[in-house]
Design a protein around this ligand. Structure first.
Ligand code: FES
Length: 130
């Protein structure tokens, strides 16, 4: 069983969506205010489960979507960075093809309460945004 992403202690949770809002292989971008900085992230539905990741490719560290909010491959199986084609597993965020194989997207902790989906600031690696 995978480890859920760690959140910053004491960071407030923010309502980012509702269960049923996204169909399989669909995504929704949102922004969290974390320690004075904005963190752009994506909420995704993959096979009925919700996951969220920081919108920052592990190859160069830039946004993954050229077309706004387009993260999934055409067949809906993977997340893909539009810049150089890094391909990620939706359930784990692990890069399985491309220039950053083995690295993982930074997960955003989610909490689902009834129909509401909340996110907390992630513990970011590489860049200190606290
Ligand atoms: S920046 Fe994402 S693959 Fe290069």
């Amino acid at each position: 069983m995978r480890n859920p992403p760690k959140g910053k202690k004491g960071s407030p949770k923010r309502l980012i969506g509702r269960v049923g809002e996204l169909a399989h292989a669909n995504s929704k971008k949102f922004t969290l205010r974390c320690g004075g900085s904005s963190v752009e992230a994506m909420l995704i539905n993959f096979e009925g489960e919700y996951f969220a990741y920081v919108n920052r490719c592990r190859h160069v560290g830039i946004s993954m979507d050229w077309v706004d909010n387009q993260f999934f491959t055409e067949n809906g199986r993977y997340l893909m960075c539009a810049n150089h084609g890094a391909t990620y597993e939706p359930k784990t965020g692990e890069c399985v093809w491309g220039p950053c194989v083995g690295a993982s997207l930074e997960g955003v902790p989610l909490e689902i309460e009834g129909e509401k989906i909340f996110a907390r600031c992630p513990t970011l690696t590489g860049v200190d945004r606290s």
